[in-house]
Design a protein around this ligand. Structure first.
Ligand SMILES: NC(=O)c1ccc[n+]([C@@H]2O[C@H](COP(=O)([O-])OP(=O)(O)OC[C@H]3O[C@@H](n4cnc5c(N)ncnc54)[C@H](O)[C@@H]3O)[C@@H](O)[C@H]2O)c1
Length: 419
């Protein structure tokens, strides 16, 4: 029989409850959804299996889903991102939670499999490990799954690849691709929390440093802007000419990683790609260079390469490891190359997760009400995206104008031109 839950220490629950309360204060949109869910119970009896970073904000989402009547089981979506106090508090609610900080890869997949044991009808994923494990190893539960959601860019890329090959067996809504997700979560959330993680791990001064951002996507744009705001000289590396051009015109120096390796002080990958920082780059880095990753998986920095060229390694402080190369130069790796904002800090601020997780909650409700969707990757319905933006503005006390009847007519006609 599957264990009810497995967390580091359930006695941490009091601390966890305070953290969740603090997050909830800053998540007004999700709280409004929870209130409606409590009245309408749109998820009554629905089994939801979630693979999400187990943070205080995720707890607020789980709470809203339960208020809607769902039975939730939860595992972490990264071995280093679980906040053990929060996991303990969630376990006390009676949620089947399997997560602790510092899981081995084997333990990580053990936890994913325990969630699958609860035979989810809807899956919530961040990176697509839950969905891919179901498709690769646990096909016996596939028939019972009606749909799912995906939180991040990397997960959406994997799911689209599955869908193109006809291998995705149920519908999944790409929450990542909602405007009210990536424009804020990826940009402002990753931007701020990545710096937070780097600072907590190192306490170095960013002003005056050469800060290399690998990848100028939504996360990279936010990170570059924020690092500049802290006084760093930001260098961007890209493979996409349009994004590279955008970075140039946004005022950043763009060069190849080969060139940047020689001059950079801090390097952060946010590409969603593999082996971005490799041996040939590390061998050119200055003594004391700091490398970190904020992309989804710990494959953006080639860790086997780093180990191969190093003669020794020691831990300086939590989330900060010093690798000494054969010639005595030292490279500092943050958070084992896992997403630095979640492993060395607390992930995105609650205000941002308010929007991402409101999209999650409303998409779960949408799937529950539309159980006949065919397999594939779907965008978030426009109504949901706009509702989240409206509620967020309302929560911030910001009013906006409305189109007049004349303006509506004008915008849907073609006859009127130069006057
Ligand atoms: N840390 C977090 O909390 C967090 C939050 C959101 C997204 N993510 C993850 O961050 C990653 C990036 O997400 P995004 O939304 O910015 O994606 P994106 O697709 O908008 O941007 C990725 C950029 O990286 C560039 N790129 C790819 N390979 C490269 C290489 N070898 N060198 C330089 N640039 C390269 C691409 O051209 C693209 O412009 C994904 O893995 C995503 O899942 C992390």
């Amino acid at each position: 029989m599957t264990e009810e839950y497995k967390v580091k220490d359930v006695k941490l629950a009091d601390e966890g409850r305070l953290l969740i309360e603090w997050a909830s204060r800053h998540m007004p949109v999700l709280n409004q959804i929870k209130e409606r869910f409590t009245r309408e119970r749109p998820l009554e009896g629905l089994r939801i299996g979630a693979c999400l970073h187990v943070t205080k904000e995720t707890a607020v989402l789980i709470d809203a889903l339960r208020a809607g009547g769902a039975e939730v089981s939860l595992c972490g979506s990264n071995p280093l991102s679980t906040q053990d106090e929060v996991a303990a508090a969630i376990a006390e609610w009676g949620v089947h939670v399997y997560a602790w900080r510092g899981e081995t890869t084997g333990e990580y997949y053990w936890c994913v499999n325990r969630v699958i044991d609860h035979r989810p009808v809807i899956t919530l994923d961040d990176g697509a490990d839950l969905v891919t494990t179901i498709h690769l190893k646990r096909r016996e539960v596939l028939d019972g799954v009606k749909g799912g959601t995906e939180e991040t860019t990397t997960g959406v890329i994997r799911l689209r690849a599955m869908s193109r090959r006809g291998e995705l067996k149920y519908p999944i809504i790409a929450v990542n691709d909602a405007y009210t997700k990536y424009l804020f979560d990826n940009r402002y959330g990753t931007g701020q929390s990545t710096l937070d993680g780097i600072i907590r791990a190192t306490n170095i001064l960013l002003a005056g440093k050469r800060f290399v951002v690998c990848g100028y996507g939504w996360c990279g744009r936010g990170l570059a802007r924020r690092a500049k705001g802290m006084g760093a000289n930001v260098i961007v590396t890209e493979v996409n000419p349009i994004r590279a051009l955008e970075a140039v015109m946004d005022g950043f120096t763009v060069m190849t990683l080969d060139e940047a390796a020689e001059v950079g002080d801090i390097f952060v990958t946010v590409t969603g790609n593999i082996s971005v920082i490799r041996k040939e780059h590390m061998l050119k880095m200055k003594d004391g260079a700091i490398i970190a990753n904020s992309g989804h998986f710990n494959v953006e920095i080639n860790l086997p390469d780093l180990k191969e060229i190093s003669r020794s390694k020691r831990t300086i402080r939590p989330n900060l490891e010093e690798y000494t190369l054969e010639d005595g130069r030292r490279i500092y790796l943050l958070a084992e190359g896992r997403l630095v904002n979640l492993a060395a800090a607390e992930g995105h601020p609650s205000e941002v997760m308010d929007m991402s997780f409101s999209n999650q909650a409303l998409c779960v409700e949408y799937i529950a009400k539309n159980p006949k969707m065919s397999p594939g990757v779907y965008t978030v319905p426009k109504d949901i995206d706009e509702l989240v933006a409206r509620l967020k503005l309302m929560g911030m006390g910001v009013k906006i104008d409305e189109l007049t009847e004349e303006q509506k007519r004008y915008l849907t006609s073609w006859e009127a031109g130069t006057v």
